[in-house]
Design a protein around this ligand. Structure first.
Ligand SMILES: C[C@](O)(C(=O)O)[C@H](CC(=O)O)C(=O)O
Ligand SMILES: [Mg+2]
Length: 300
């Protein structure tokens, strides 16, 4: 793999735009999910901040996880797949030097892109009420720290604005423009409540805009076609697979308890063979057989 992760992210984004469709970026909560998504054909993956907090730590998405927490989950994914990964770094995990560390470590971990947001450090989920945001100047400083810290010019620094719910559409667009002027490579327009709002961003920006299609939030689940029509180039599905996995797991736990057996839910499970196929298990086994064929297990 010669091109950097960021360069590969740009490449697939450009290919999609040329083909007249947005790049879909799907949440992968762990390395195996990343393998599933990649092997069915997804070309960009996402590590959700909420997902790390919820799934890896059993915590809410309220800025309680650290750089190292997120980095560890990111690294597991980049070790498992080559598909470019966008990582949610919340507000950057501290002041200017902390943000610089975040960028350096993410880049070194083989991450393609990060998004950093303009909420206060005591952040909330973008789709919940009572968010607070920092000034344009403070967010611009965050961006400058991030942009200055990267060593690969193709490493993507995406600026997210949570301003719509706090200050309204015009202010949110104004912020996005200021963030683009500060050097942000892409804009994440968070929690928009009408599809036409995306057009307001895409009309004035000449950098790509991302739409977040998270479920049970403030934004309707628009199709890729509808979003591309209003100029959106990237569509995010941050927690879709995680929500589905969690519901499926809950169902299994409940059945085992209630039925005294998992028989009723076995057909909802991925089979051992399917698991092994996605993992490439058989190739590992064959490797063992060739490596140790003249040495049958000595201990038996
Ligand atoms: C995209 C997001 O930042 C995330 O951490 O996945 C969340 C998603 C969610 O809570 O549904 C957000 O939109 O704030
Ligand atoms: Mg988040």
């Amino acid at each position: 793999m010669t091109a950097s992760a960021g360069a590969r992210f740009y490449h697939t984004l450009t290919e999609h735009t040329k083909a007249g469709k947005p790049l879909q970026i799907v949440g992968a909560i762990n390395a195996y999910s990343a393998m599933l998504a990649s092997q069915v054909g997804h070309q960009a993956l996402y590590l959700s901040g909420a997902g790390v907090a919820n799934a890896s730590f059993g915590l809410p998405d309220l800025g309680m996880t650290s750089l190292d927490n997120v980095l560890e989950d990111a690294r597991r994914i980049t070790d498992a797949v080559d598909t470019p990964l966008l990582v949610d770094i919340d507000t950057g995990f501290g002041g200017a030097f902390n943000i610089a560390q975040t960028i350096k470590k993410m880049e070194k971990a083989g991450v393609a892109a990060v998004h950093i947001e303009d909420q206060v450090a005591q952040k909330r989920c973008g789709h919940r009420p009572n968010k607070s945001i920092v000034s344009i100047a403070e967010m611009t400083d965050r961006l400058k720290a991030a942009l200055d810290a990267r060593t690969d010019a193709d490493f993507v620094v995406m600026a997210r604005t949570d301003a719509l719910a706090v200050e309204g559409l015009d202010a949110a667009v104004e912020r996005a423009v200021a963030f683009a002027e500060a050097g942000a490579d892409m804009i994440f327009a968070e929690a928009l409540t009408d599809i036409e709002m995306y057009r307001k961003f895409t009309e004035v920006l000449d950098i790509p805009v991302l739409a977040n299609m998270t479920e049970f939030g403030q934004t309707e689940l628009y199709s890729t076609e509808a979003l591309f029509d209003v100029g959106v180039e990237m569509v995010l599905y941050p927690l879709s697979a995680f929500r589905a996995m969690s519901q499926a797991a809950l169902n299994v736990y409940q059945h085992i308890l209630a039925d005294g057996s998992q028989a009723a839910v076995v057909d909802t499970m991925q089979t051992r063979m399917a698991l092994y196929d996605f993992l490439g298990y058989h190739a590992y086994e064959e490797k063992l057989d060739t490596l140790f064929k003249d040495k049958p297990n000595q201990d038996q």
